[in-house]
Design a protein around this ligand. Structure first.
Ligand SMILES: Cc1cc2nc3c(=O)[nH]c(=O)nc-3n(C[C@H](O)[C@H](O)[C@H](O)COP(=O)(O)OP(=O)(O)OC[C@H]3O[C@@H](n4cnc5c(N)ncnc54)[C@H](O)[C@@H]3O)c2cc1C
Length: 254
């Protein structure tokens, strides 16, 4: 077994996941800030809605792992897709933009703890475009009737990607224009959130995106009365700090 694959297998075992070699089927820009990469491989890597896969990519002469939430799975053809943010310089961004059909890739999955809160009556998905794949796959798994609200900050109109949902699902989407605010400034999403009146029944929020923005949104959702157990949150990345080699953003306070 090649040593790269052996190290992935050992890591996957420690993480309680699978390691497998996948093949890139294709990669293409789907809006200004995201590339869709379709992979061929064991669809069990893709797990349930909300799960992500860890890919091993080469950057500046060494390998790092990056995590991407699965957007969709084609079980019959053993394919799944991820949406990779590409409007910055980074290992994952560079890989997605240069990925070519036939390329082999070490993948570990399924990973992640965020899944659909099935008992919730309404679901609020809030964050930036790096969370869109997770938001849409989760929302497409909501049993109807139900309600999904999306509040997503975008840099360009072209990033306002939409998705198809079951007719029985009530869907509201708000795209917030970032204008000239910094990417770690939560003001735009906080203002979008304040415009959303929570329905009286049971809700669940999913907060994904930049570290400081996720932190501010969690606090605001708590102030609005959501309990900790009603908020699924994950910092996907942190402004000015590359994610670590194992894929996690820096969560230190310094
Ligand atoms: C569980 C989990 C799931 C994730 N799922 C997704 C997903 O579905 N789609 C996705 O795009 N990302 C997702 N991420 C984030 C992803 O793993 C990468 O960390 C991120 O895309 C940046 O990787 P990179 O190597 O391109 O840049 P890095 O080398 O990590 O960062 C370089 C610099 O780029 C900037 N930067 C990084 N990410 C962004 C961004 N999204 N927008 C603007 N600037 C940025 C930062 O300032 C950083 O200093 C997820 C992360 C985790 C932990």
């Amino acid at each position: 077994m090649p040593s790269a694959h052996r190290s992935s297998t050992e890591l996957a075992e420690r993480l309680g996941a699978r390691a497998a070699s996948c093949t890139v089927v294709g990669a293409r820009p789907i809006c200004a800030s995201l590339h869709e990469v379709v992979l061929h491989g064991d669809p069990r890597l893709a797990g349930v809605p909300g799960n992500d896969v860890m890919v091993r990519v080469r950057h500046n002469g060494h390998h790092v792992r990056r995590r991407y939430t699965v957007r969709s799975v084609d079980y019959d053809n053993h394919r799944f897709s991820i949406w990779v943010s590409t409007d910055h310089d980074g290992a994952g961004s560079a890989w997605a933009q240069s990925a070519t059909a036939g390329e082999a890739l070490d993948v570990i999955g399924p990973r992640g703890k965020i899944t659909l809160a099935e008992s919730a009556d309404w679901h609020l998905f809030i964050g930036d475009v790096s969370g869109l794949a997770a938001f849409y796959r989760l929302a497409q798994s909501i049993e109807t009737p139900g309600r999904a609200v999306f509040i997503v900050e975008i840099d360009q109109d072209d990033d306002a990607l939409t998705a198809d949902f079951d007719e029985g699902l009530g869907v509201t989407g708000i795209f917030v224009d970032r204008r000239d605010r910094s990417r770690n400034d939560p003001a735009g999403l906080l203002s979008g959130l304040s415009a959303f009146a929570f329905p009286p029944d049971q809700g669940h929020a999913y907060v994904l995106g930049e570290f400081s923005v996720v932190r501010a949104l969690r606090a605001a959702l708590g102030d609005r009365g959501l309990r900790d157990e009603d908020i699924s949150h994950k910092a996907y990345w942190r402004l000015g700090r590359p994610n670590a080699e194992h894929g996690e953003p820096d969560k230190s306070d310094s």
